[in-house]
Structure formats: structure tokens, C-alpha cells
Design a protein around this ligand. Sequence first.
Ligand SMILES: Cc1ncc(COP(=O)(O)O)c(C=O)c1O
Length: 460
Amino acid sequence: MNVPPPDEELTTTSASPVDGSIAPDTSTPDASTLDAAALDAAALDAAALDAAALDAAALDAADPLRDFRARFVLDPALIYLDGNSLGALPRATAARLAEVVEHEWGEGLIRSWNTHDWFNAPRRVGAKIARLIGAGAHEVLVADSVSVNLYKLIVAALQARPGRHTVLSEPGNFPTDLYMIESALRTMDAGHRLRLVPRGELAAAIDDDTALVLLTHVHYKTADVFDMAAVTAQAQARGALVLWDLSHSVGALPVDLNGANADLAVGCGYKFLNGGPGAPAFLFVAERHQGGLQSPLGGWMGHARPFDFVDGYEAAPGIARFGCGTPSILAIAALESGVDLHLSADMEAVARKSRALAELFIDLVEARCAQFGIALVGPPRGAPRGSHVSFRHPRAYEIVQALIARNVIGDFRAPDVMRFGLTPLYLRFADIQRAVEELHAVMTTDEWREPRFSERRAVT
Ligand SMILES: Cc1ncc(COP(=O)(O)O)c(C=O)c1O
């Protein structure tokens, strides 16, 4: 399968076969011999990649997204491969936050709820995110965390499917997704059960007792991708609702919720959207469901008329009913800045570059590090994937720590996965090349065996 170039202008010039993976190449030279002038800029064909001939600088020069990097605060010495966990800081965000703090809050005080549209911020920013995920402007709300939004939508969905008792998900789904199902079922105490079925058997497992199918679109560990439209259609054919977790999809690949006739979704603001640590999350409820679903957390910000201050709860008519308490305006301002940056990028170009970066990474690791027992996890090269690559190794934790000490930041996911996020807006092909050379060095020097690298810290 051919690797999509980061730009249509770049065409494959290699005559080599493009469908095979690279056998470990014993003739592959050291990083010092990688010749930046050896490959024509038009030859981004990672499938036929020859590590010796890679000209990453030329690929970067031809990258249509290359100018985005300057819009982020990034230490030039650092290779940041964790934007799928905490996105980098957009330069515009610091200035925007200063303005909101000093002017809107400091001077405007409570008037800013009206004069600076704070009151509508969850819907305004939701409408912007909607453009990244194929939703209508009135179908997305910024609110709470992914976990809380999952809870709200799980309960709402189960109550909308009375008489059905099963929630389907897959083993190894992101833990909070499974925990929130458990929490919702415990609170409801209405005889529901959670059934975990391997993804290959999911379609057959959906039956007339299935109320809800809850899946993460891009798997947080492996980068496997579900066919959203197909799974949604299978579930809906049996009368079930589907709730998609888009945390590793939004801002990384084009998503088309309405094209897939999706019911419900949630997603994260602090990963690819660059909204900042603990940024608010978002939720999507298809317009056709909004009137029929009720949030179990009916706070005043989801009320039809919050400033009437009446005693009884009455849900707001549209997506606003899924709000609960007062939103964090500072946090939403940071998120909006990250979202605005994404809206100025072509998501198709982002997706193309993501795949090219991933396939380059996979090929280089195979060419340079296969002898160290580092094995690719998740989709094989060429297959649909999310925007990270993961490898398995029994000492993955130590290796990741040793890489961090060399200024290459990835992360570790228990029990044995090293995960590298690929953020097309600020990563360069040269970064991938250097990251793999650092990995090679960590392995050849046995550096990862240093005792300091096995000290476990709270966040991995
Ligand atoms: C797939 C997925 N869902 C949910 C979350 C957590 O979301 P939150 O911390 O906003 O509850 C994460 C965090 O990494 C995630 O990867």
C-alpha cells in the first residue's frame, strides 16, 4: 500500500515495491551517515524507505504544514512525541489568556458574562469543534471532562432504551470509559450489565438486548481505528445507540459524525486540540436525539432558563441541556485558542502527514531497532490508524525514561507499551529520524539499564 505524501504535489518516484515491510537492514549506517542530500524532495515513499537515503530535511521543506510549527512554543532541543497525551502550547494561547484574565475578568468583572459572551462560550467553542468532527454547530457542547460527559451520556442513553439491559464495549478500552459504564450502572441499579467483547466479535454480539455500544474510535494504546459508519449502522440496525469516544481522533484525523449517522460522542480538549492540561472536554448529541435524552446531572447551566431561578428543573431545549455547572472561562479560552489553530489547518493534509510520519517511524524502527526485540503494536503499516505509533518491549518503561533523558518525549502505557504521539502540526520528519536514532542509541548502549530509569513516577 502506498504511503500518502504530506502534499499532493509530492509524488512517489521510487521504483521499489511499496507494499512490503522492510526487512532489518544490516547495511543500515549510523545516523551520522544519513545523507541529507541523498534523496529528492519529491520522493516521500516511506514504504520503500531506505534509512540510508532518507532526506528528512527535504521532506520537511516540502511539507505543506511546515509553517504551523512556529505557532507553538517548543524547545528546539526537544522532540515532543506526546501531543496525544498533552498537546503543546500554541503561542497565541498565552496572549489570549492574559487578555481574558486582565481585561475580561480584571476589568470587565461579572459584566463579561454578557459583554464578552462568556455565557455562550461552551456552545460557541462547541460549534467550532463541530467543524472538526462533521457535526452541526448546535450538536456539540464544551463541558466537564470526558469522564463526566461519558457518565451523562451513558445514563441518558440507557434511559432512552428501556427494556434493554446490555452495554457493549471492548476489553482494553480506555479505562475511564469502562469505569464510567460501571459507575452509571451502579447508580442506575436497574439490572443492566456490561459486556466486553473483542472487536472482531462485536458486530455479532449486538442484539435486541443491546442498549448502548460504547467504543473509542482510535484506540489509546494501539492506534487501531474503528469503522465508525459500519459499527454505527450495525448497532442501529438492532435498535441500539452508539457512543464514540473521540479523544484520540479529534484534531488528528478527519471525523465525520453526521456522515456516519452517529448518535453520541465525547472527546478530549487537552490532546490533539492543544487546549492545555485538564482542558474541558466536549460532547456531541445528534440533533434527532436532543429532545429525547435527559442528562442525569441536571444543573442550572443545563436549565431552560437559569436566570429565572425557579425551584423545579426544566431541561434546556437543545444541546445546552447537557451542561451542568458554571464552566471555567479561562480553560475554555485556552481551548478555543487551540481549536482556532486547528480550524486554520486542512484536516486532510493533517491526516496525510500523520500517516506519512507514522509509516516513516515504523520503517525506521524496523530498519534500525528490529534486533532489540521492539515489536510494532496495532495496525501494520499501510492500514488505517490513529496518530500515534506504539511498540512493545518488556522494558518499555525504562526505555521511555532513557529516551526522555535524551530529550525525546514519548510515554509508557502499562504493561509493556511505548507510545509515540505524532502531531502533524508541529512535528517534522527530521524529528522522527532523530527520535529513532536516539532509540537506537539507548538500545545499543544499554543506557536504559541505569537504575534511575526504572524509578516509577505517578504519571507514566
Ligand atoms: C480515550 C480516552 N478517553 C478518555 C480519557 C480521559 O478523559 P478525561 O481525563 O477528560 O476524563 C482519555 C485520556 O487519556 C483517553 O485517552
